[in-house]
Design a protein around this ligand. Structure first.
Ligand SMILES: Nc1ncnc2c1ncn2[C@@H]1O[C@H](COP(=O)(O)OP(=O)(O)O)[C@@H](O)[C@H]1O
Ligand SMILES: Cc1ncc(COP(=O)(O)O)c(N)n1
Length: 260
């Protein structure tokens, strides 16, 4: 069984963050482990508080895992502040982590800034360069590049600029486009396009977390990056099509749609 690690924030309502990542790992038949970077008090309507975890215990969690267990892929989500990012990057370099998927989480669907503004520079200069694949949504790609994104051509321009920061692959996600949700993969030479029909639902809490975790799963299973993205895109599209209402706000995707 492949062994996956998520380094991310906890979402108390279970739809995004660490909880979405572990559900994805489990649903797709892999063994999930977690390093918690921050605890959010969150539900389907908003984020009401965040407590960052101290760098020392973040490092110790990573060390405890890598000195004992072979990790086949690592997914990184919410990282809050620059000290957290630097601790994670140094630790992953030290332990020669492979198949690193960086989801550059910035703002929750409910509008809360999960990445502090002082951490943007470290995210861009330190975290993105160690990624095998980085998966910004349109807003994140705009913040990283300064390019305003209105269409596919702008997404391609942003993907090229982000590739210049050092990751091996860039996936700009089109979930927030006004038409079909096309995701664009760039490897420094060519673009691949992943199309899907737009599912009419408000219940999309955790889509980005779920997609990046699923990409990690398929990389751990030995698929090429192109194929891993294709399979992960199929999984997220089905999980969104079976998403369900929960609470009073944005409900979650159904990670276990093929099981129950
Ligand atoms: N309504 C939808 N129907 C189908 N696919 C969607 C929908 N919303 C998002 N997606 C897909 O879900 C994945 C996550 O994308 P996105 O929502 O853009 O990321 P994030 O959660 O980081 O904002 C992408 O593959 C995107 O194309
Ligand atoms: C702990 C945590 N990590 C990530 C997200 C982003 O997920 P979404 O964009 O669906 O709100 C979140 N809301 N909470």
């Amino acid at each position: 069984m492949e062994k996956l690690l998520t380094i991310a924030g906890s979402d108390s309502s279970g739809g995004a963050g660490i909880q979405a990542d572990l559900k994805t790992f489990s649903a797709l038949g892999t063994y999930g482990m977690s390093v918690i970077t921050a605890i959010t008090a969150q539900n389907t309507q908003g984020v009401f508080g965040v407590q960052d975890v101290e760098e020392e215990i973040i490092y110790k969690q990573i060390e405890a895992i890598f000195t004992d267990i072979d990790v086949d892929a690592v997914k990184i989500g919410m990282v809050s502040k620059s000290n957290t990012i630097e601790t994670i990057v140094n630790a992953l370099k030290k332990f020669k982590a492979k198949n690193i998927v960086v989801d550059p989480v910035m703002v929750s669907k409910s509008g809360y800034h999960l990445l502090k503004s002082e951490a943007k520079k470290s995210l861009i200069e330190k975290l993105i360069p160690i990624a095998k694949i980085v998966t910004p949504n349109i807003f994140e790609a705009e913040v990283i590049t300064g390019i305003e994104i209105k269409d596919i051509k702008d997404m391609e321009k942003a993907a090229k600029k982000i590739y210049g920061l050092g990751p091996q692959y860039v996936l700009v996600k089109g979930g927030h486009l006004s038409h079909e949700p096309i995701d664009i993969l760039y490897n420094g030479e060519k673009f691949n396009y992943y199309r899907a029909v737009r599912i009419e639902t408000k219940n999309t809490h955790g889509t980005g977390c779920t997609l990046s975790s699923a990409i990690g799963v398929y990389l751990a299973k030995g698929f090429s990056v192109d194929k891993a993205v294709e399979k992960a895109k199929d999984y997220i599209t089905s999980a969104i099509s079976k998403s369900f209402p929960l609470g009073k706000g944005v409900g979650p995707v159904h990670h276990f749609y093929s099981w129950w």
